[in-house]
Design a protein around this ligand. Structure first.
Ligand SMILES: Nc1ncnc2c1ncn2[C@@H]1O[C@H](COP(=O)(O)OP(=O)(O)OP(=O)(O)O)[C@@H](O)[C@H]1O
Length: 329
């Protein structure tokens, strides 16, 4: 295991391993059949952005891609469809990180292996889209999905008592999971990211800050809050673990070592104003296996939604995932 404090400057992590570049193949005279797309559209996540969604689908068809759209009907639907997805080259999620999380959990159960995943960002925070450098303009999104490069990525996997769930961006225990557990869907639909701020304030007032015991590749740490990161962005474009990227086969574990609501507020301000790197009580360690122990049944958040409850073991999903992206992020 290797330990790293924050870098003062943001460093460029390892570049992604490109698997396939349609533009490059075309330049070399190779025939490239248009990608067949199965689009999972979360109509609840995207209700404000329905025009953007329709325009993206129209643009995809202009690129010659056969597009099948399926509107999700409720929680769990994206996962079930992804698990049985056939006759498609790419599964596209038109929604937010919660729908993407469900789709990737379904794809990992697909008998013939994972399909590459593309994103039309319609959610509240769209952290994975930021992480992958997915554009927002419909024409650019469509071009990226139709012709963009495919990058291999490694998902995190959280093992609870009798169940396992994948995550793409992060899994956390402590105050952030407490906040996620308090987010109410109608408030999120109305106020977007403001719902997390409200839930965070509620959680900060009620939470008792018990000690979390974290084991990262055999070394134990005590902390008030821990976020196990697979991507460097958090809650939008805030940076928690500057050097991790989805394509790196490692977890970057961010440990917040001081307890109580005053320190929770310090960390929130530190994140807001990009000062975490300067805080001596915020530690980042790299690992491939992490366990988190604390009050049994306390929530674990993953990709901004509830993932499960303590205690948890976290490692990497053995099968690699693939993401369709546009230009290098
Ligand atoms: N038709 C539906 N009605 C209600 N909920 C749905 C429906 N389809 C999917 N969902 C659920 O909505 C949840 C939230 O959706 P999603 O994550 O896509 O948007 P978001 O929460 O606005 O975005 P983000 O996660 O990026 O902040 C998903 O976890 C999914 O289970």
């Amino acid at each position: 295991m290797c330990e790293a404090r924050y870098q003062v400057e943001m460093t460029e992590a390892s570049p992604p391993p490109w698997q396939f570049d349609a533009a490059d193949a075309a330049a070399r005279g190779l025939a490239v059949r248009p990608r067949r797309l199965l689009v999972l559209h979360n109509p609840v996540a995207g209700w404000r952005r329905i025009e953007r969604f329709r325009e993206t689908v129209a643009q995809l068809e202009r690129h010659g891609c056969p597009v099948a759209v399926h509107a999700t009907t409720g929680p769990g639907d994206a996962e079930a469809i992804a698990a049985g997805a056939e006759a498609a080259d790419v599964l596209v999620v038109a929604g937010g990180d919660g729908t993407i999380n469900e789709a990737l959990n379904g794809l990992s159960r697909r008998p013939s292996g994972m399909l590459p995943l593309g994103v039309i960002p319609l959610g509240t925070a769209n952290v994975l889209a930021e992480e992958l450098g997915v554009p927002t303009d419909p024409a650019d999104v469509a071009r990226a999905i139709a012709h963009g490069r495919i990058v291999t990525a490694h998902l995190g996997q959280a093992h609870f008592d009798g169940a396992s769930r994948n995550f793409t961006l992060m899994a956390g225990a402590g105050i952030d999971a407490q906040a996620v557990a308090r987010v109410r869907t109608p408030v999120k639909r109305r106020f977007g990211k403001g719902a997390y701020v409200l839930a965070g304030l509620e959680a900060a007032a009620a939470y008792r800050y018990p000690t979390l015991r974290v084991q990262a590749d055999g070394t134990w740490y005590d902390c008030a809050q821990v976020v196990v990161c697979k991507g460097h962005f958090y809650a939008g474009r805030y940076v928690l673990a500057p050097d991790v990227r989805p394509w790196l086969p490692e977890l970057h574990v961010v440990l917040f070592e001081r307890f109580g609501s005053v320190n929770a507020a310090r960390y929130a301000f530190g994140m807001q104003f990009d000062r975490l790197a300067k805080m001596p009580d915020v530690r980042v360690v790299k690992a491939t296996t992490v366990t988190i122990d604390g009050p049994t049944g306390d929530p674990i958040q993953g990709d901004g939604d509830l993932l499960g409850a303590l205690p948890v073991k976290i490692d990497l999903l053995p099968e690699a995932a693939r993401f369709v992206i546009g230009d290098p992020p």
